[in-house]
Design a protein around this ligand. Structure first.
Ligand code: ADP
Ligand code: MG
Length: 394
């Protein structure tokens, strides 16, 4: 796969840079700045070339309307702090006001443009919107791998109007994912967990064909246990997916060793410090929920990491946001990071909640690569072509 890189871009011109600033917010403030930090190498490289940097991003789902609570304005100040420079803000991603604000920037100046999804044309990949955005700059850089699975005006359409380059983060993502799933060192272990059961069942189908072992955790594992006739009490599960789960177990036979939970942590309610118990399978009351993997399951997963060369991980093993249900995810994350640091395991992880869980465990920086992409990471793991990446390839 070959695409133009920032080094090949012109100097002292205006770059329109698509970034992923769809960050977690709490009380109108950025609560996890992982995605802001991920954009810094590209912004700094363009500043180094004397370019003006106009940042394009979406936030949340305003569905083509101006929704004040979904403004990107609260992102400008924390970005400026990380960058060590002022970040200007324009309250639209098209039009004369944005144009004037960009014109007023010095070379190397940075401006954040308002939420692209305030325009209905963004998600429709409307060529008129793409043209209007393109009119603000000289060339385009896509650094939002995480938005590359959608053909939108700011992720795909614009790449056909202006000279288009891959940003630093985009390059790193593509290289790391190629190393994990393209031509991986074997044996390869996968961990899939989390809550999006139905979407990830498709992914599981693809992974059992490619990986040597696959550990299934989180709410998703409940569906598999249910499909095997195990009583899961009041746990989250998609019971109508039982046939699919059985088909996946069948497809895995003889190819990919499936690691389903062998013990679980249950509680009556999902709240911090809730009274929880470790149980073997099949001993769960109707009013109890499975909220984490048990210690034996974690030990077996750690042993599987020890004999693997590559790990690819999406989705937490339990309700990691609410201790004590973070225990399995934290223990697994710490061991993966320990092996990665010693050079014994190529450990690649991705997904919005997965990144938060690795940060919670304090080990995100010790993994080989952590993708900040959610859906795009999953679609890549499913083996699909991403339109935002395709538009950069020549
Ligand atoms: P990612 O964003 O990394 O792709 P998901 O969104 O699929 O991950 O899943 C993360 C969510 O799954 C978390 O909010 C977590 O609380 C939830 N989860 C994990 N295990 C369970 C469980 N046993 N029951 C209910 N929810 C769970
Ligand atoms: Mg999620």
């Amino acid at each position: 796969m070959s695409f133009r890189r920032i080094e090949d871009a012109p100097n002292e011109q205006t770059a329109l840079v698509r970034v992923d600033f769809n960050v977690p917010m709490a009380d109108g403030k950025v609560s996890d700045d992982t995605r802001l930090r991920a954009a810094l190498p590209t912004i700094k490289a363009l500043q180094g070339k004397g370019c003006k940097v106009a940042l394009l991003a979406h936030f949340d789902r305003p569905k083509g309307k101006r929704v004040p609570e979904m403004s990107l304005q609260p992102v400008a100040a924390p970005l400026g702090q990380l960058l060590g420079a002022d970040v200007a803000f324009a309250d639209d991603c098209v039009g004369d006001a944005a144009k004037a604000a960009i014109a007023a920037l010095p070379n190397g100046g940075v401006i954040l443009l308002e939420n692209t999804r305030f325009h209905a044309g963004e998600e429709k990949n409307d060529p008129e919107l793409a043209k209007a955005i393109a009119a603000l700059g000289d060339f385009y850089v896509n650094d939002a791998f995480s938005a590359a699975h959608r053909a939108h005006a700011s992720t795909e359409g614009i790449a056909h109007i202006l000279p288009a380059y891959a940003g630093k983060q985009m390059e790193r993502e593509l290289d790391a994912l190629e190393a994990a799933l393209g031509k991986p060192r074997r044996p390869v272990l996968g961990i899939v967990g989390g809550a999006k059961v139905s979407t990830k069942l498709d992914l599981l189908h693809n992974l059992v064909a490619k990986l040597d072992r696959l550990a299934i955790g989180g709410g998703m594992a409940n569906t598999f246990l249910y499909a095997q006739g195990i009583d899961i009490g009041g746990s989250l599960a998609e019971k109508d997916m039982a046939d699919t789960a059985r088909a996946i177990m069948e497809a895995a036979k003889g190819k990919c060793e499936l690691l389903l939970p062998i013990d679980v942590v249950v509680a009556g309610e999902v709240k911090p410090g809730a009274d929880s118990q470790t149980r073997p399978l099949g001993q769960i009351n109707a009013d109890e929920k499975i909220l984490d993997a048990g210690p034996q399951t974690v030990q077996r997963l750690i042993a599987a990491m020890d004999v693997s060369a590559t790990l690819i991980w999406n989705g937490p093993l339990g309700v990691f946001e609410i201790p004590p249900f973070d225990a399995a995810t934290v223990a697994a994350a710490k061991h993966a990071a320990y092996l990665a640091k010693q050079g014994k395991l190529i450990a690649v992880a991705g997904g919005g909640d997965t990144v938060a869980a690795l940060n919670h465990a304090g080990v995100a920086q010790d993994m080989t690569f952590v993708s900040t992409a959610g859906g795009a990471f999953l679609e890549w793991m499913e083996g699909k072509a991403l339109p935002g990446v395709e538009a950069l390839t020549r």
